[in-house]
Design a protein around this ligand. Sequence first.
Ligand code: ZN
Length: 203
Amino acid sequence: MDVKKIYMDANALLEGHFKLSSGNHSQFYLQSAKVLEDPKNAKLLAEALAEQINASGLQVDTVCAPALGGLIAGFALAAALDKRSIFAERVEGKMSVRRGFEVSKGERVIICEDIITTGGSAMEAAAAIEALGGEVVGFAALANRGFCHRSKSSVTRQPNCKLPAEKPFFALEDFTFEIYTPETCPLCKEGKSEAIKPGSRGN
Ligand code: ZN
């Protein structure tokens, strides 16, 4: 499966000259939600991710997604794994499990995101699950931004990755691309284009 092509075709991976919300520049821009605009893509990607998780032998009872970004991916993965789907949401800044969702003691939960950047939201969701007595057995995402190490990839873990190194992290593809300060941006140096701001969040 050519995951990058699926993202490109869905305009979820843009190529050009972008100004990220950090002020830095990049040749690529990921608008992860766009790939899930087509439910067929959500199903296709989640099934491939479920296949990886099943092949690893990891036992999972429940998929938990941090809202908002992880909702669709989490639900699609739960459907593909035929497991329960719940989500955690931020309430006054703190990630919590609400809406009557229950987590039993020792319940094996995998945290699922659409994309893992450094894994901050995923870790907050994991803490919310553990506070209820659940056991976080691993992490999953459709895409890995390239700061964390996913199973079966040569991309190494970077110091800013917040996921625990001892727990498995499954994702379909690494989206590693360079980010430049405006002063060092090679696209600016070329002088052919100006960096544009494509969306709300530059990850
Ligand atoms: Zn630039």
